[in-house]
Design a protein around this ligand. Sequence first.
Ligand SMILES: [Zn+2]
Ligand SMILES: [Zn+2]
Length: 311
Amino acid sequence: LNAGVSQDHGAGVHVGVIDSLGEPDSDLAETFSFDHTYDYVDHDQTDPIGHGRNVFDIIATQNPNATFSTFQIIDEHETEDGTKWAGSRSDTIQAIVDAAEAGVDVLNISAGTYHDCYGFCSLCREAELAVRGDDMTIVAATGNSDNSNTRIGVHCPATNDAVIGVGGYLSHCTEPLIRGEDSGQWWLDGDEINGPFCGQNGCCSTEACLDNRREVPWPGNVSYHNAAPNVLAPVIYILGADTDSIQPQIGTSFAAPLVSGCLVGIICELQEHGITPEAEEISTSVRMSATEIDEGDCPKFDAEGTWEHLC
Ligand SMILES: [Zn+2]
Ligand SMILES: [Zn+2]
């Protein structure tokens, strides 16, 4: 059995994405199988900001045969600081209820709100009910810090114990930057994302990556004064890697769907072997099998460990 590598690519698993992605355009609809699309906002665009589409792509690329439902909650709001794209708490709650009712197996929430409820607000309670009562696995981003306010903590519903809260980490390569075609490292010139980062597959010809990798918490993680992430996952998502216009995206929004995507693959593969773990067992396995990184107290997600724990 291969850890988390589903030969059926997610077939038989129902994935929900609460984000900015709504009714799929014809391209998406032809490529992937959609069960429901739920719309809680006023505009009628497929994805007004592209955020949900990126999150969706991270999960769908790994699991093209899964069934998807989208829950479009992110809309334009007028605030004191101008317009802001965000989801309201009531819409997020309703989307969780609807996802559970639709029979979603794995729900990704790369959105959330921060306030000091310590995991006990209405949003958190609804998420907990969906995990324990409706057997729906929920993976949520812990949020990104805002330079203006260092007190920003882990966002809800990631604060809740039943939800798998995902923060971010970076994999540095400890070798000096190797410029050139044969370098396995990656970096970006003139950007906040400097590197060199580990390419995970032989950065330099002489030594193994494992010996030259330094994994550290992402500096943009929120403060953990109210809750801690359950696991960390890679936080940089590169758009357009195969084109001339590379656009790095960074944030826990892109770490959470990596975990969701792996879990969909694991669940699919387990189902093929007649094993159907409950959502609570899945979140326990994710926690128990998480492995240390080089700095900090938060461990990283370990797909292979999670798989073995569930077998
Ligand atoms: Zn809360
Ligand atoms: Zn490397």
